[in-house]
Design a protein around this ligand. Sequence first.
Ligand SMILES: CSC[C@H]1O[C@@H](n2cnc3c(O)ncnc32)[C@H](O)[C@@H]1O
Ligand SMILES: [Zn+2]
Length: 431
Amino acid sequence: MSQTLLEVGAIVKSAREVWDGPGYIVLQDDVIEDIGRGEYPGSRAGMTVVKRPHRVAIPGLVNTHGHAAMTLLRGAGDDLPLMTWLTERVFPMEAKLTEDAIYWGTLLACWEMIRSGTTCFTDMYMSMHKAAAAVEESGMRAVLSWGMVGLDETSARSGIRNSESFVGAWHRQAGGRITVTLGPHAPYTCPPDYLQQVAELAGRLAVPIQIHLSETRTEVDDCLRLYNRTPIAHAASCGLFEHPVLAAHCVHVTDEDIEIMRANDVHVAHNPQSNLKLASGIAPVPSMTQAGLIVGLGTDGAASNNNLDMFEELRLAATLHKAVAFDASILPAAQAFQMATEDGAKAVFLPAGSGTLEKGAAADVTLLDLRSPHLIPTHSLLSNVVYAAGADDVTDVFVAGRALLSNREPQTIDTERVEYEARRIAQALSQ
Ligand SMILES: CSC[C@H]1O[C@@H](n2cnc3c(O)ncnc32)[C@H](O)[C@@H]1O
Ligand SMILES: [Zn+2]
């Protein structure tokens, strides 16, 4: 049994409750055992005491959509729209990715995410046994899927086989930190009969599904032409929504699509920066949240973002939709914060309470430096976190009660080795 006492200068328990003053959090094994204002009243005997009087504790950020090992492709294909980017730049480079590359690329992503305050991320990629090994070593929490593409018989079969073996080997492993889902890539790479097979498999294995849906206008137009349905209606007709689904992007959705998602409790991963960079558009997030959908925030892969910094997504989500609506009250700081934490955790199917610092919740905590000049003064802690804070303010990160970053020093990752391997692999990729 391990017990850590965090003594901090302020605590954002959730978007609903902010304590601007000293407080403490007791992490017992992987759970928050106690949290309070002022001095910890109990005995400190046997506890690891972490004194951080100039830090604010927030729930660890949850990145609800990405492709971790794409860190190796960062900057290798910029300023292109999605389909050109994928077919001309990304897929040819991905064909050269070895298992070794996936391992080091995923560790690089974990390092980057830990360093920027993220405690849990989702991934849809290849050679996922290697990605899971990297996650286990890093100490992060993750919701992983082996990307499935059904454009030909061979890839369709291997997608099913790989996913089945991946669920068997890694679902609820790494001390419960890893959740496995199925990852059909998109309606344009997975024909209807394949999506039906994926839906059946999700039922049989009792795991959720994550998929890209309605990312671009071209995707919607093609889907309407081929199937006479929008991608959302098409996914529903293939039986996907009979299971828990996390849909990435949902940029081009109609009111009917939103109603289908609401009726089926489909969760959404909003990736504002990737959607802007690939010129995909801007998702109607206010309409989706007003309809009651669970919407989390994501970075997407590092080749379309080009970093994995959730503070950038948080601030962009809280500003972008105001300009779209010509309404400064849209998506206020508290709502954006909730999307990056509690709603993100719900979106990726973590247990109730995750993404908050409530007693009994998972012990996933991020500390920020309150003495950074851009966080002074403190009219509103939540405002500072959403509109002013950045990745460099992150000093400490705990996942499942374990310190992964301590006073800005990574504790679980050999960063020099990761840098060396990532540069070596990227060089080979570009040849
Ligand atoms: C089959 S593994 C996942 C697959 O998805 C590709 N990908 C990365 N970003 C996006 C995006 O924004 N939309 C669609 N597909 C994307 C990634 O390169 C892998 O090939
Ligand atoms: Zn994606």
